[in-house]
Write a protein that binds this ligand. Structure first.
Ligand code: ADP
Ligand code: MG
Length: 462
């Protein structure tokens, strides 16, 4: 086939593909694609980045193949070739050359696929991505960091309990789990348990229901290190507080280490029993504040290095300037830049980066109607709104539906019951479960996190 014939064939196929998927997806995923060669039954499709390759392969393979096969029945297989940096694949004349061009990226793909599986350890509940090695120390968290590190070396004897508090997205969970991961790594025999205070309550409620209090008690008391995250949520929960008090005393008497985190100091947690408050205050209290500019920049640089993507220092400075009070948001913005760099397969300019970030930096409070969320999520996943709202349990429908629930909760701050009602009259516990599931996957699966980043972008931009 000549280059001209390949071009015409692709044009015709794109015409057909366009009819089958949403415009936004078409523009996003088929931009800068071209046919490079036909050999036997295999068509070689050039794509601009590994990221695009993964998407096309996972989501559009069938449509692409169908439309090509329709036009030329000889075609029954697709191979994707990633062009490096240069989307102008017309320049690549032969498959041979394309294969050469593909090589370095093939390695990158493997690397991407080999993202360390941030599998949560079922025994400890620890996520291995949170380590001391990747925790950047600045003046805002110096004390908390030093105390946490000291605890790993003097388990149960130096600061017990350690109580770490600070605002949302400032690194409390990271530090707490870093202690667990380090202790586990250095001594596999030690028993460690990480739980949010909500999880503690959940398990307690279940244990009461199933009359299995003994095993509940054992699971929190037969440990060398107990890590309880977001303790502020025990406010007003009497039974939880009582059980926690006894758990605490039991561990403390055995010189077992306990660490709590909270979004506020013990004094500021409303409705907790005095005896518990005084336990919290009985060891070491360390706070985490807002990071200064240098720390924010250092965090961004470290995370950029891990991503294997080049990002201009100017962009990092711009980001660090724009998002001063929340490291999670800072990371979210950086992920967006990384996703776009992968899509473009070339470094972004500062202006492009500003464009990409415009949606989050200026529009965080932009009004976004509910029906838009539903229709855009449906279109993003190439489903009809009806499919998104119905009660089918097909895997390809369940996930998008959960994503829609999560976005309504996160972006529009809808209540669980409201979401349940709006998304086809379900039980509100289904919504709670969905939001948790998506949050979990966001922490564990970087590719999924990029997907949601792009989806949010489409929500606000189009
Ligand atoms: P919190 O529990 O205080 O709400 P997290 O511990 O979940 O915050 O932190 C939010 C995100 O920011 C996490 O992805 C975490 O890895 C990252 N982060 C926070 N502080 C730091 C730091 N000092 N160095 C590197 N990453 C950090
Ligand atoms: Mg946290």
């Amino acid at each position: 086939m000549t280059q001209k014939e390949l071009k015409d064939l692709w044009k015709a196929a794109l015409g057909e593909i366009q009819l089958n998927i949403s415009k936004a997806n078409f523009l996003t995923w088929f931009r800068n694609t071209s046919l490079i060669d036909l050999k036997g039954d295999t068509i070689f499709l050039g794509v601009p980045s590994n990221f695009a390759k993964e998407w096309l392969e996972n989501k559009y393979q069938k449509i692409i193949l169908q439309s090509l096969n329709h036009l030329n029945p000889q075609i029954i297989k697709i191979e994707y070739l990633v062009s490096e940096g240069n989307p102008d694949l017309d320049k690549i004349q032969t498959t041979q050359q394309a294969r050469l061009a593909k090589k370095p990226n093939l390695e990158a793909t493997e690397e991407q696929l080999n993202f360390p599986e941030f599998a949560i350890d079922p025994e400890t509940n620890l996520n291995p991505r949170y380590t001391f090695e990747n925790f950047i120390v600045g003046s805002n968290n110096e004390l908390a960091h030093a105390a946490a590190l000291a605890v790993t070396e003097n388990l149960g004897s130096k600061y017990n309990p350690l109580f770490i508090y600070g605002g949302v997205g400032l690194g409390k969970t990271h530090l707490l789990q870093a202690v667990g991961n380090k202790v586990k790594k250095e001594n596999k025999k030690l028993k460690i348990k990480y739980a949010s205070s909500e999880k503690f309550t959940d398990e307690l409620v279940k244990a009461i229901g199933k009359q299995s209090m003994d095993s509940f008690k054992a699971s929190f008391r037969n440990v060398d290190l107990l890590l309880i995250d977001d303790i502020q949520f025990i406010a007003g929960k009497d039974k939880t507080q009582e059980e926690l008090f006894h758990t605490f005393n039991n561990l403390y008497e055995k010189n077992k280490q306990i660490i709590f985190t909270s979004d506020r100091p013990p004094k500021a947690i409303p409705s907790i029993e005095e005896r518990l408050r005084s336990r919290f205050e009985g060891g070491m209290i360390a706070d985490i504040g807002y990071p200064d500019f240098e720390t924010r920049l250092a965090i961004l640089k470290a995370k950029t290095q891990n991503s294997n993507v080049f990002i201009d220092e100017k962009i990092l400075r711009y980001l660090a300037e724009a998002i001063p009070k929340n490291i999670r948001e800072l990371e979210g913005a950086l992920n967006r830049i990384i996703a776009h760099t992968r899509l473009k397969n070339a470094p972004l300019t500062l202006d492009e980066a500003k464009n990409v970030l415009a949606a989050i930096i200026t529009n965080t409070h932009q009004y976004l109607p509910l029906k838009d969320v539903i229709s855009k999520v449906a279109s993003f996943y190439d489903l009809s709104e009806e499919e998104l709202l119905n009660h089918s349990r097909k895997k390809e429908l369940v996930k998008p539906r959960q994503v829609a629930m999560y976005l309504l909760r996160e972006e529009l701050k809808y209540s669980y019951t409201n979401i349940a009602e709006k998304l086809g009259n379900r039980d509100h516990t289904t919504v709670i479960h969905a939001c948790k599931k998506i949050e979990q996957e966001l922490t564990n699966n970087p590719v999924f996190s990029q997907e949601i980043t792009l989806l949010k972008e489409m929500l606000y931009n189009q």
